[in-house]
Design a protein around this ligand. Structure first.
Ligand code: FES
Length: 152
């Protein structure tokens, strides 16, 4: 769905700001919000660009720079940390050859840390685009990454 259609789905109320930013970012193949996106949202809601920019930079789930096609976010909150998220993070760095906050040269993967993903019962957990994976082990991670490389 394009940006204009997303905006039309919402009443022009600043209560809808976060939901609109989420939808626009989700619709972006590069998982980010461009300056043009922020301006269009500000204009639509009658807000100052600087306010919308401030909101978009406050929340870590929003990015103002293009990210890889597969956005991998590893939970670093205490329950996941206690159950081994550090080893999961190390394994992802090894498999992908990139560090946290980086995007692979082929633009396929971006690796990020995240706070609680809301699935602590299956810690340690990560999210790839909109899909959550829990009870992570090095084998499961290798399987997921291999699947993404093969285009699954
Ligand atoms: S602490 Fe990791 S999903 Fe909640």
């Amino acid at each position: 769905m394009n940006r204009e259609k997303i905006l039309q789905n919402y009443e022009a109320s600043d209560d809808n700001l976060l939901a609109i930013l989420h939808d626009i970012q989700d619709a972006s193949p590069e998982h980010y919000l461009s300056a043009a996106d922020l301006r269009a949202v500000a204009d639509y809601l009658g807000l100052a660009y600087s306010f919308v920019y401030g909101v978009a930079t406050f929340y870590t789930m929003f990015s103002l720079k293009p990210r890889g096609r597969h956005l991998i976010r590893v939970c670093q909150s205490p329950p996941c940390h206690l159950l081994g998220s550090t080893n999961i993070a190390k394994e992802l760095i090894r498999l992908l050859g990139i560090g946290f906050g980086e995007t692979s040269a082929d633009k396929r993967f971006t690796l990020e840390m995240s706070s609680c993903l809301g699935v602590c019962g299956v810690a340690p957990a990560m999210m790839v685009n909109n899909q959550v994976y829990g009870n992570l082990t090095p084998d499961l991670i290798a399987e997921v990454i291999e699947g993404l490389r093969r285009g699954k």
